[in-house]
Design a protein around this ligand. Structure first.
Ligand SMILES: [Ca+2]
Ligand SMILES: [Ca+2]
Ligand SMILES: [Ca+2]
Length: 138
């Protein structure tokens, strides 16, 4: 009976040490707070120059969290995910066009209209295969 009592005391002591470490934060991180519920923490929004009290800082209809995941600028209402759902890649800003259409060349950031009537910028689709289809009427 005496051995069992000792075991219970040790267990309680170990649990107490663990709880104290968690409440003080082992690495000094601040608690994660998302005041506007857009998926980005208040501190992330401040770092990005966004309003942590406004889910859609630029008012383009897409929340700051959606824009961050879509590699669009959450502070620019003219830059937002495409209505057609076309994927935009983060490498869109790293492209250096060569100005030519030849094989192995990188074209300028041309704009084309999709079937939804939205203008798409070709550099937004870096790392993706793009199939052009066009028709002419004479
Ligand atoms: Ca937020
Ligand atoms: Ca937005
Ligand atoms: Ca935007």
């Amino acid at each position: 009976m005496r051995a069992m009592f000792t075991t219970v005391i040790l267990g309680a002591t170990l649990f107490g040490c663990g709880a104290a470490e968690m409440s003080f934060g082992a690495d000094g991180d601040e608690p994660w707070v998302d005041s506007d519920g857009d998926g980005l923490s208040d501190s992330e929004e401040i770092d990005l120059g966004l309003d942590p009290q406004k889910a859609d800082t630029d008012g383009d209809g897409y929340t700051d969290g959606v824009e961050d995941n879509s590699f669009t600028d959450a502070s620019d209402p003219n830059d937002h995910p495409y209505y057609g759902g076309w994927p935009i890649d983060s490498c869109r800003f790293d492209i250096e066009p060569t100005g030519s259409w030849g094989e192995g060349e990188v074209v300028n950031n041309i704009t084309l209209m999709d079937q939804y009537g939205e203008n798409l910028k070709i550099h937004d689709f870096c790392n993706h295969v793009v199939l052009f289809e066009h028709a002419g009427f004479g």
